[in-house]
Design a protein around this ligand. Sequence first.
Ligand code: HEM
Length: 329
Amino acid sequence: MYVGGRLTPHRLTPARVVDGLEADFGKHAGFRRNHAKGVSVSGSFSSNGAGVALSKAAVFERDRQTPVIGRFSLSGGVPDVSDAPMATRGLGLRFDLPGDEQWRTAMINLPAFPDRTPRGFHERNRAFRTDPGTGKPDPAKTAAFLKRHPETALAMRIAQAHPPTSGFADSTFNGLNTFHFTNDSGRTVPVRWSLAPLQPVRLAAEGAANGRDALFEGLINALEAGPLRWRLVLVIGRPADPVNDATVPWPESRRKIDAGTLTIGSARTEASGNARDINFDPTVVPPGITPSDDPLLSARSAVYAQSFARRTSESKSKSAVDVTRLRND
Ligand code: HEM
């Protein structure tokens, strides 16, 4: 009874967070309870050796090519949601390192996360739930939430100052949570990371024609034309920078190291054996990287596991992002 949370009705368990997502977005059997719409991709990471100064993880060794499987996604629990330019874009990656080591990360295109704590995440989703009558969130509920959570209001203002780019290929993806990197000499520093696109960046044109799968169609057809590339940028925190609050971006002036290039070469419709069946738990990291005590990190690990357990025990239906259908001949 205790583990099930029945003696502690107000305790926020991973199951309650996932129940909340199902209540917000509907229950869609077989799909992720957040970032439900997505496509599997594969490629590799080519390290230039600069990351060795920060971390002993093999992925940063000079000239190492690491195979990567990934998943581009849109936030929210609706697997066939329409591709709005403003929807938060996600990229999950799994780097397969020697000796069964792995580095998994899930990043988004926002410059700051809206919530400081898992409870904030849970309650924000309730407050911003679409009202079936109006098709929009209830302004009284969103205003009351933002009053109680000034950190969310601030993170949203920061996000508004970074309008979305034209698609997945020219998006910057940010890890947002802080990790500790330890190098061969035992020196440890706080690090956040981003993937910066090497494709030319264009802002999403306002009012542009927006087909139901426009963002995924753009990605799939860009990959048909050739590989897409991002630089992996490691940002080193200073002692004053928060390591347990993803709502607060670190100052732009922080030292950055370009650790190498991620190349994504092909996309596949979600299916057995590809990224569909991966849990991009951000606490799965190789020696040389350690999760910080940011409360979001441990919560993400537990909640992703709960979502993964539910969706892998359910029957599957076809992904809305069908690579063959969306490919322009
Ligand atoms: C307490 C805070 C958070 C909660 C409760 C949460 C919840 C979830 C859940 C339930 C999933 C689906 C997992 C699965 O079934 O595999 C998911 C996926 C994802 N989340 Fe979060 N999330 C949180 C914070 C974040 C943050 C801070 C980021 C990025 C910096 C993020 C990025 C993503 C991405 C990119 C995916 C899709 C990964 C994939 O393709 O499998 N989330 N999240």
